[in-house]
Design a protein. Structure first.
Length: 128
């Protein structure tokens, strides 16, 4: 169970409440594509499907989002990024997300596209 005082799953080392928790609660929006990626990883880790849906482009998001209760997201590695900064409107973030499922460690690798819509970053889809 992750509390506001727990270390945030995103990997930045801050307490969840002042890191990704503020984005999940709607107290702030992620100012860069990388921070949105990190907050989305944390949303998977804490099971926040409402945040995942809200930050997913309407043209690519699934109609119904169910998380696998047997999958536990453990840590995130950011491998690279292009664009996605404070003054940009598009960007990509390449990452490796580690998880445990059925007592087995595994990971997924993706290079994700992000766009800014109405001043807020949203996830579009994997690229390449």
């Amino acid at each position: 169970m992750i509390t506001d005082d727990s270390r945030c799953p995103c990997g930045l080392g801050e307490p969840y409440g002042v890191c990704c928790g503020r984005f999940h609660r709607g107290a702030a929006t992620a100012p860069t594509a990388e921070l949105l990626m990190r907050s989305r990883f944390s949303a998977f880790a804490v099971g926040d499907t409402a945040y995942l849906t809200k930050t997913w482009h309407p043209k690519t998001r699934p109609a119904d989002l169910e998380l696998d209760p047997g999958q536990r997201w453990t840590f995130l590695e950011i491998l690279g990024k292009t664009g996605g900064g404070l003054l940009e409107n598009e960007g990509t973030v390449e990452f490796r997300a580690h998880y445990r499922q059925d007592r087995r460690a595994d990971s997924m690798h993706e290079n994700s596209a992000f766009v800014r819509v109405d001043g807020q970053w949203i996830y579009v889809a994997p690229v390449g």
